[in-house]
Design a protein. Sequence first.
Length: 203
Amino acid sequence: MSPCLRLWTTFEPQPGAAGKGTWTTGVNRAPSGPGAWRISFGNAPVELLNDVHTELLDLYLEDQDSDRALLFEDPTPAYDAYSLLLAYNWSHSVDTNGMQTFRSPDGLAAVQHRYAIMDTREPTWTAWAESQGHRLWSASFSIGTPASLAVALTASLVSTEPVHRAVKDVPLPSRQHLYYATATQPNAPAVPPPASSARSRPF
C-alpha cells in the first residue's frame, strides 16, 4: 500500500509453483475508497512486472507533483502502445466487435486492445504467451488503466535485452524458442540479437 493509501499491490501464490502466482495492482480514487482500475499478471516474467511497475512508480510520483490526476487521466494515446508492436513486425487484425489483436512474428505472444468499450467489466488490454497450447503467462489491464502502463508492457515485450535464467526456471515448452548465450564478463556488454530476429519474452 502506498503512503497515500490509494495505490496497492497484492500477490497470490500459485500452489506447487515456487515464485509463481498472480500479482494484482490497483488504484483507488480516495484512500481505501472505491477502485478506479487494476492490472493483473499471472505467472508473468519478472522483466514485465519490473518494467510496468517502474512506469507506475514514475506516474505515481509525477501525479503527486502535478496539478493533473495522471493516475486517472493519462494523456498517452493507445497508439503509443501498439505502434511498438507494429514496428517489430507483429501482425494486426481487427474484429467488428471492437477488438484488435497483435501477434508476435514467432506466434508465441499476443496483445489484444479493446478500442470500443461495450462492457466495462472487460479488460481494455490483454496480453499472453503460449507454446504448444500451454499458456505460459497472462496480463490484463482494466478499463481506466493509464495507457502509459500499456506502453511499458509492449516495450518490455519487444525488448531484445538478454534475460538471465537457470534452465530449471524456463518452462519446458519455451526452451526450443530461446537464444542461448554464455555469460559475459562483468564489464563486457551483452550483444542482443538483431531486431529482425527478436523474440518475445515467452517465459
